[in-house]
Design a protein around this ligand. Sequence first.
Ligand code: GRF
Length: 217
Amino acid sequence: MARLKTAVLISGRGTNLQALIGACADPSFPAELCLVVSNRPDAEGLRRAGAAGIATRVIDHKGFADRRGFEAALDAALREARAEFICNAGFMRVLTEWFVERWRDRQINIHPSLLPVFPGLDTHARALAAGVRIAGCTAHFVRTEVDAGPIIAQAAVPVRPTDDEETLAARVLEAEHRIYPRALRLIAEGRVTVVDERVHIEGAAEPRGVLINPADS
Ligand code: GRF
């Protein structure tokens, strides 16, 4: 079966991109990466893509008068690469309705919180300030509202009393690297549908057990 031609949008480090690269390296994975686009020329993720032999493009938003011009160039690059699907992976530009609707249900994002709580920036600081005992991450379809949209997959991790932003972010990031390729796989297998802004996954396995924090001592 043809693999889903997927582009990844990045702005920086690219560890989620790396997780997708790793997953797609398996020929039996149902998606392949056809392009990595960064809006920042210095994004470390560009090097990761280059090392994996994936085509890269820099489309610097600073070179455009407005969002629409930037998005038109982005859209043209995606079409040129024959991308069928987009994964945002640490992509730090807010997208307008024009772009979001053009790629509706064909664009997903990964966010380091259990949405709908803590959308936006400084997620981990806000989770720590709120004193939550369980944190996590969410893979979701992109909508015009930032960090909102039908939820495909989530992973939960415990918050430890000694955590600071860095340690919590690292624990959540590991979970991100597990669920993002999984979300892409489910979509590429054709098992994911969005009905009334909720995601249905055909044959989704039920997780076992409960994550409780504090655990029994
Ligand atoms: C991740 O925490 C992701 O959830 C958020 O931005 C971060 C990007 O990290 N949207 P990386 O570039 O994938 O390493």
